[in-house]
Design a protein around this ligand. Sequence first.
Ligand SMILES: Cc1cc2nc3c(=O)[nH]c(=O)nc-3n(C[C@H](O)[C@H](O)[C@H](O)COP(=O)(O)O)c2cc1C
Length: 266
Amino acid sequence: MNPTIRLINNRKSLRSYAHKAVERDVKNQIIHAAMRAPTAGNMMLYSILEVDSQHKKERLVESCDHQPFIAKAPFVLIFLADYQRTFDHYLHSGVEEYCRREGRTMRTPGEGDFLLACNDALIAAQTSVLAAESLGLGSCYIGDIMENWETHRDMFSLPDYVFPVTMVCYGYPKTEYEKEKPVLRFAPGYIHFKDEYKRLSPREFRDMYAPYEKEFYSGITFKNNAENPGQHNYARKFDSDFSREMTRSVRAALTLWQSQEKGRDS
Ligand SMILES: Cc1cc2nc3c(=O)[nH]c(=O)nc-3n(C[C@H](O)[C@H](O)[C@H](O)COP(=O)(O)O)c2cc1C
């Protein structure tokens, strides 16, 4: 196994960090690696916001679904899907006047632009995660940064066309990686298809979840009267307060993009 594949295989999320600052040079290497990630049209439709303020980290603990380890992470980056910089560049370059001359309405960012910027930000984030791992740090994503959009917008002075799509906490491990739980994934046959998509039968779902049942679900009490892992997962994740808040928050941010949208085709 080559060292890169070994690094990928050995990575697991780290939520507890040594009391050791991350050196500026190491932080810069991680940020540099993120910026070397592929980016749509080489436009870099993202920004990277380092959260240095302890007060802000503590506020993030609450606004990101009460996750105390955020405040203990020595290095925290928010990856922003960012169409504002590109759009401002257009404005500063006289694109409005250019469009008038051409008899066209100047387009503003829409849903496709939003998703493309999210792609860019997430690819940069994952590149940073692997770079951090190679430098001896562990990391953990915080998807809940997509919640409470209005709070995060005000906390970080985010303009209209900037959305915090993910956050990553990094730090050195206390010892060797504690084994919180085994690293488990579905078997490749349920995830990797050739030439066409395949929906799974009830039987295939049973087989796909069999290793999880053994590792995670044997002997646990399901939440909210759920009777099986599917119902448990629905109650705990999909229909949870945090998922509902995330959907509300993303809709609010997107509604703003849509309400200002001009020059759309249909
Ligand atoms: C988009 C995304 C959002 C996540 N959000 C959180 C989070 O808010 N809190 C957390 O503790 N872990 C979070 N995680 C980490 C996952 O729980 C973790 O990756 C998953 O359980 C698999 O474990 P592993 O990373 O150790 O392989 C997130 C991961 C991803 C990719």
